[in-house]
Design a protein around this ligand. Structure first.
Ligand code: UDP
Length: 232
């Protein structure tokens, strides 16, 4: 399976950057899931450091700012790699933007081989092109790796009718089809990522990464989440 975490998931209680305790607890969740026998790859966003559309990028050419965002995802990938290796999980980082001194370049067959050998592969730099996001990167890699599911860890425990942080009447969907997500403009992931999952038939599980043991619970169906897939 592929686990997509937004960069903000690494901020913990902070407003910016990387919180080491939070990264350590995410790594522990990944290890616990891995210990159940799953092959795991990961994509981490960069929003905790830089986004192409953020205020910090005002006045900058969009493509240039997006490249800065991609560099942020590489930093997050390295932080996650360290946290995983510290607890004995073997990992590789593959970057869509070649950066030979610190990460492997993205090579699909090599990534598959790492997974076969039991390594967690962290894909950095999204799809390696501006005007995309790491959601699209996650969808693309999930399809390329032949994943059975894309797990999207967020700060809320699923997809709601409205933003539950702003609207107390918002209710959570148990299941949705890809088409419903697109037609209702539910902003859980980019439309391009949802469309790719629809075309490849890979289910998306949206769950909260903020609670302990949440990844394992999402995987075993014990936790609360929203599952996006076509109905039989
Ligand atoms: N980005 C990009 N192309 C990609 C992936 C990321 O241009 O394929 C840039 C874009 O500027 C984006 C930033 O990197 O805003 C950080 O990624 P994202 O916003 O997806 O991070 P998240 O919201 O998941 O933390």
């Amino acid at each position: 399976m592929l686990l997509k975490l937004s960069g903000e998931a690494l901020m913990g209680p902070g407003q910016y950057g990387i919180d080491p305790d939070t990264v350590a607890s995410m790594a522990a969740e990944v290890k616990a899931a891995k210990d159940t026998g799953l092959d795991i790859c990961q994509v981490i966003g960069g929003g905790n450091i830089f986004r192409g559309l953020s205020k910090a990028a005002a006045g900058m050419e969009r493509a240039q700012a997006d490249y800065m965002g991609m560099l942020a995802t590489i930093m997050n990938a390295l932080a996650m790699q360290s946290a995983l290796e510290k607890i004995g999980v073997s990992t590789r980082v593959q970057s869509a933007i070649p950066m030979a001194a610190i990460a492997e370049p993205y090579i699909r067959r090599r990534a598959l081989r790492h997974l076969e050998k039991g390594r967690v592969v962290i894909f950095a730099a999204g799809v390696g092109a501006p005007f995309f996001t790491t959601d699209s990167g996650a969808a693309l890699r999930a399809a390329e790796m032949g994943c059975d599911a894309l797990l999207k860890g967020t700060s809320v425990d699923g997809v709601y009718t409205a933003d539950p942080k702003k609207d107390p009447t918002a209710t959570r969907y148990e299941t949705l089809t890809y088409q419903e997500v697109l037609a209702r403009d539910l902003r859980v992931m980019d439309a391009s990522a949802i469309a790719m999952m629809r075309d490849t038939g890979i289910p998306i599980v949206v769950f909260s990464i903020r609670e302990d043991d949440s990844l394992r619970r999402a995987l075993t169906g014990e936790g609360t989440c929203t599952i996006i897939q076509d109905r039989a």
